[in-house]
Design a protein around this ligand. Structure first.
Ligand SMILES: Cc1ncc(COP(=O)(O)O)c(C=O)c1O
Length: 480
């Protein structure tokens, strides 16, 4: 039973879909970033049994436009400044359509020759873009969390003093990993999944600039060795999720070398800034890492999902993931063919390289760097506006494009009341989400609840940034 359209029907279906996309982008600026409906309201739109009979395509697309597009949070909006969430590009839209049309399975080389050779080239380009050795091993994965886990599993296998792949984590001493308190939650989740245990993730204090205290890390490593633990890895941050702090990577690389530990850098957010003039100097030492997690679906503007794990020694990446059962050993003797299944955990894999490759080819590395630098400048401008305002307070330096701040309210006598300020800022964020003109989120710095705006968005311009505080002030006057 062939489910296909005929060629003319296919053309019509794609044109209609293209029209929907063009309409969406044409008036992006006027659309609310968040639709503001409740879970019950959105769930009701999809509340039906499995449809036994199909719909006409035009009718189906109208339903998608109304229910899906109408309730989508517009990460693509110039005023989306939350999390570390990219906008995607128009090249990415075209790429995703082609990916589905070609339906390549990037598992073994003969299942996707052009896609896999492109992926290998994209990995080299990503390395080159951030100043990492180009002859690195690597693999594209679903995102930053998976890129970090992919690298940490290599570190675990390479540095455990026993055969951990076969014996499991109980086959030797307890293995410990070191990172700052500002490190993303992928670390605890990975430690848990790898069987090493969240408690063995040693969180080291940071200074006022939110960068890790390297001496404190050295002391913790020594204390752990004396207590019978076996340290295996240091994780440095190439842009923390909260404030964009870049750890002193060179000093961490020295410490890793001195202590004979694996050095991993989580550059999921900040990595692409390493290639810019404006922020590149912060990343000195990145090139010495044994592995790096990068995320093209953040600051390289690729649509979700695509992350990248770089592992300097490709043989170690392969040692960790290569396991070829008989049904997959059909062309193993052709050594010039790279079978991606040997370099990562997945078997079937989407053709994620195309959207990254098309971004590089269409815009060029220069333009991508310029867009990143633009984001940094815009957010430093926001920092200046906050510092100049007497009803907002800037709470962290802005090395990259994340700004942590808070609203101080209209009652000067309450500006030292931390509990009042935390509640006020939480209410203001709720009001701002419902308002829909901007989308920003909260985080915690120490025990302070703060607002956080982060720009990895090539559509944001200066008017969007200059409009943020007036909108928050207007809403803040109402929530009090
Ligand atoms: C520094 C950092 N590391 C890791 C991640 C996880 O990446 P992903 O959301 O792609 O899994 C994030 C996400 O924001 C991040 O900012």
């Amino acid at each position: 039973m062939n489910l296909d359209f005929n060629p003319e029907q296919l053309r019509q279906a794609l044109y209609r879909t293209a029209d929907l996309v063009v309409d969406l982008y044409r008036d992006l600026d006027e659309r609310p970033v968040f639709a503001g409906h409740t879970p019950a309201e959105v769930s009701a739109l999809f509340d039906e049994p499995v449809p036994e009979a199909g719909l006409d395509f035009a009718e189906l697309l109208d339903t998608v436009a109304r229910d899906v597009v109408g309730n989508a949070t517009l990460h693509i909006s110039p005023r989306f400044l939350a999390y570390v969430s990219s906008t995607g590009t128009h090249a990415g839209i075209a790429a995703e359509m082609l990916v589905a049309a070609l339906n390549q399975n990037c598992s073994k080389w003969h299942a996707a020759p052009s896609a896999i050779e492109m992926e290998l080239r994209v990995i080299r380009w990503l390395a080159e873009f951030i100043g990492y050795p180009e002859d690195t091993g690597g693999v594209l994965v679903s995102g930053g969390s998976m890129a970090n886990l992919t690298c940490l599993a290599v570190a675990r296998k390479a540095r455990a003093p026993f055969d951990i792949a076969n014996a499991g984590a109980g086959g030797g001493p307890r293995l410990t990993v070191y990172a700052s308190t500002e490190t993303h939650a992928f670390l605890e989740k990975s430690m848990d999944l790898m069987g090493l245990g969240k408690d063995q993730a040693r969180k080291i204090r940071v200074g006022d600039d939110f960068r890790v205290d390297v001496e404190a890390m050295r002391e913790q490593i020594a204390a752990d060795r004396s207590a019978g633990y076996f340290p295996i890895c240091i994780v440095g941050n190439g842009g923390t999720v909260n404030t964009g702090a870049v750890d002193p990577l060179d000093a961490l690389a020295d410490l890793a070398a001195e202590q004979d530990l694996w050095f991993h850098v989580d550059a999921a957010y900040g990595g692409p800034a390493a290639g810019t003039e404006l922020a590149g100097h912060l990343f000195k030492g990145l090139e010495r890492a044994d592995s790096v997690a990068l995320d093209p679906h953040k600051w390289l503007f690729a649509p979700f999902e695509v992350g990248c794990a770089l592992v300097r020694d490709r043989n170690l990446l392969r040692d960790t993931y290569s396991l070829l059962p008989a049904y997959l050993r059909t062309d193993v003797d052709k050594t010039e063919r790279t079978n991606m299944i040997e370099y990562n955990w997945q078997l079937t894999r989407a053709f994620n390289a195309l959207k990254v490759w098309m971004n590089f080819k269409l815009y060029g590395a220069d333009m991508l760097r310029a867009a990143i630098e633009d984001n940094i400048r815009l957010m430093r401008r926001l920092g200046e506006l906050i510092e100049a305002a007497d009803d907002f307070e800037l709470l962290a330096p802005i090395p990259l494009s994340a700004v942590c701040f808070r609203y101080l309210g209209t009652q000067p006598e309450r500006r030292t009341d931390e509990r009042y300020l935390a509640a006020l800022n939480e209410r203001l964020l709720e009001a701002s989400e419902a308002d829909g003109r901007y989308f920003i989120t909260a985080t915690h710095l120490g025990d302070r609840t703060v607002m956080r705006a982060c720009c990895v968005n090539h559509r944001t311009d200066v008017k969007d940034i200059e409009g943020l505080l007036p909108v928050l002030r207007e809403l803040g006057g109402v929530v009090k």
